[in-house]
Design a binder for this molecule. Structure first.
Ligand code: NAI
Length: 360
């Protein structure tokens, strides 16, 4: 083992090899505001000296425009090979057209856990001062199974799927996350009073995994409608939130609204072999191409990516650079150097430069 900055490194890295090594990361710029926020984030990561080698691959409308499939096999394969991607948002047509690229990518790569940390940021206005919670969303089934049928004209159905395997691994993920990050409570949001089989299974299995493996973590459960009311009344009482796919999608945006909006909430989609980091927000067609989008949520996702690399590749440089970037954007926010969505006057690329100026 080699020791650098107090961290034991995997034997396959000599300290010299580690100093030189670049991590291969796939970049999917995505649609709408995706390419502009991705460019801003690449600028900051480059200036901070992040040891990354980018491999750009299209998905979504951007792929269609290049005459490719909406989710090209080459994009999926590249993420499988590198194991890590930073992804911009991909547009999904409403009520018609192709299915969600995002949902398909998560299912194809079995990225079963979505992790979305939500916290107050100094300098970003919010009705609350002490929010620090994490939404853990099951990412592969529920109503997003995509199984919809027209039984007969005028009658359509949508299938909600829950399997023991998926319920068990997401419960274990959330409880393990709580334990490893020194968090104390996991709260399940559910609707098992109405969906007794599907949400009932989700709830029952989470309780079983908790009792058998994580008894020191406090586990509670709220029916989701009452849970949402409590979230907006007293968000600081929540620590880790665990829920199925659709609820997690909706509650993530609700939580973003508690801390300043979609411009400030990052995310990770995690599986056994791959990790795809992306902001909670979508492609924001109303802002696309105008240099008005906030790149912070994708930047925070990139900081999560660096911390992930620090862990799985045992590379302490990534951890240090993540901390430097975090300090730089915290200082920019504290000075009011932000984009318009959170009260500032900067454009997307000018915000990136404000962060770069504070990296030193
Ligand atoms: P959206 O998140 O794109 O936008 C909602 C609102 O938030 C808009 O007013 C937008 O201007 C604002 N907003 C979002 N991100 C922002 C940012 N970085 N800076 C400043 N303001 C920001 O949600 P919407 O409009 O429901 O969806 C648009 C498209 O994005 C749809 O096609 C949807 O399917 C897709 N989408 C993709 C996601 C992904 O790729 N992971 C996630 C959510 C939606």
């Amino acid at each position: 083992m080699v020791q650098i900055a107090g961290t034991l490194l995997h034997p396959r890295f000599s300290s010299r090899a580690l100093r030189m090594a670049l991590h291969d990361v796939v970049l999917v710029p995505g649609d709408g505001i995706g390419p502009e926020v991705a460019r801003a984030v690449q600028r900051i990561l480059g200036a901070a000296g992040a040891p990354l080698r980018w491999h750009e691959h299209p998905a979504g409308l951007a792929a269609l425009e290049q005459g490719l499939e909406v989710l090209p096999a080459s994009t999926v394969e590249a993420i499988r090979e590198t194991g890590v991607a930073l992804k911009g948002p991909c547009t999904t047509p409403v009520g018609e057209g192709f299915g969600s690229v995002n949902v398909r990518l998560r299912k194809t790569l079995d990225l079963y856990a979505a992790l979305r940390p939500v916290r107050n940021l100094a300098g970003v206005r919010s009705r609350y001062a002490d929010i620090d919670l994490v939404v853990v969303r099951e990412n592969t089934e529920g109503l997003y199974s995509g199984v919809e049928n027209e039984i007969t004209p005028g009658v359509v159905t949508s299938l909600k799927v829950a399997t023991e395997r998926a319920c068990e691994r997401i419960a274990r993920f959330a409880l393990h996350y709580a334990r490893s990050r020194g968090r104390h409570r996991v709260t399940i949001f559910h609707k098992a009073n109405i969906m007794k089989l599907t949400d009932g299974l989700f709830l029952r299995i989470a309780r079983r995994v908790h009792d058998a493996e994580f008894p020191e973590i406090e586990l509670d459960a709220l029916i989701i409608d009452a849970g949402c009311m409590k979230l907006v009344q007293e968000p600081s009482r929540f620590d880790v939130l665990l829920m199925e796919n659709l609820y997690g999608d909706v509650v993530s945006d609700l939580c973003a609204g508690l801390v300043g909006g979609l411009g400030v909430v990052p995310g990770a989609n995690l599986g056994e072999g791959c990790a795809v980091f992306e902001a909670v927000h979508g492609s924001a067609p109303d802002l696309a191409g105008q240099d008005r989008a906030n790149p912070l949520a994708l930047l925070m996702s990139a900081v999560m990516l660096l911390n992930h690399l620090a862990e799985v590749r045992a590379d302490p440089r990534c951890h240090a650079i993540a901390a430097t970037i975090r300090g730089a954007y915290d200082r920019a926010l504290a000075c009011g150097e932000t984009t318009a969505d959170i009260g500032g006057r900067l454009g997307t690329q000018a915000f990136a430069e404000a962060v770069v100026a504070r990296l030193g």
